[in-house]
Design a binder for this molecule. Sequence first.
Ligand code: MG
Ligand code: ZN
Length: 231
Amino acid sequence: MEADLTAKNDRIAARNRGWFESREVLALNLVSSPGAGKTTLIERTLTDLAAAWPWAVIEGDQQTDNDARRIQACGVPVVQINTGAICHLDAQMVVEACRELDPPRGTLMLIENVGNLVCPALFDLGESAKVVVASVPEGDDKPEKYPYMFRAADLVVLNKCDLLPYVPFDADRFEQMTRQVNPDARVIRVSAMRGDNLEEWYAWLHERRTAQSSGRRAVSDATQKQEETNG
Ligand code: MG
Ligand code: ZN
């Protein structure tokens, strides 16, 4: 039953991925435990980079549109999904949100998943990359406790680093543990609230967005070549 469910989700996610690529949309799936600061990171990013390229945001929460209203205040198209009893977003929910958002070519789409470090790791949304947001007050052993999520991450943003002087959190130990479960993961230390080191996060966004559109160009070049060969 559960295998059927994830297989069906994977098929829809694969279609989403193709759709995002065809529109050169960089879609990022932001996952974290509740309260790690995903919405604050998104708000701050939109405030600083709103003019850089088109944006769209999908907000996932069990209840309320509190976060969507915060994003709306930044002047960016946003759809709130309330999952009710369900503790993660799935690929079909993203299909419906995208229908409503209709993102223009080159959009950077931020998908804020339901705060939960467990099953969002199992549900592919078709995103271009998964970003795990961890935060200093949560403790530095999260990568060891939730290895599936950290293994799936393309990037780990360690948030609330302004609190490092006040809590027993060893950031080096956290990075080491992250590398143990995921040798390729990059860790960026920030404070979204205070604005510390966000340039590194913005540079990563920039890099990934460029890679997404040049990847698309590489694919269409290859298709054209193929057509020429066949033709
Ligand atoms: Mg939120
Ligand atoms: Zn769930």
